[in-house]
Write a protein that binds this ligand. Sequence first.
Ligand SMILES: [Ca+2]
Ligand SMILES: [Ca+2]
Ligand SMILES: [Ca+2]
Length: 154
Amino acid sequence: MKTKIISALIISTLLATSASSALAAGGQGGGSGVPGQNFINSWDVNEDGRVTLEEIKEKRDEVFYSFDSNEDNYISAEEYVYFDEARANDMASKGVNAANYQNKGANLMTLEANDIDGDGRVSREEFIEKAASFFAAKDTNSDGVITSEDFKRY
Ligand SMILES: [Ca+2]
Ligand SMILES: [Ca+2]
Ligand SMILES: [Ca+2]
């Protein structure tokens, strides 16, 4: 249990530079000048510059495992507190004001958004199933892949 929490903390630190930096970067394009670069860097498992639904599922599976401290295949409300904190810390570290943060992708990571059957906890199946909505929210031009094109502002 203790080891698992420590590993979750390590993962949440890793997330600051990988998965959850995507959450904070959102559609804002980061500081690189390339729209959505932070998001793509975070979720593009095979580093081909495009993020597929399969890659989102793979990363979400890793995230799920990180925060399922007791490994019962559910992220309980208690476990979700750590997940919420990790995302909030990441946003804070990037200077994103959480109160004003309206990014659809970030809202899709909450307990409420992922608890499909409403039992107050998120199963691994629910979390992976919700990858599709997360993906759809990010694939703004609906071409089936997430690229820098999806982060351009019109
Ligand atoms: Ca890819
Ligand atoms: Ca549930
Ligand atoms: Ca797209």
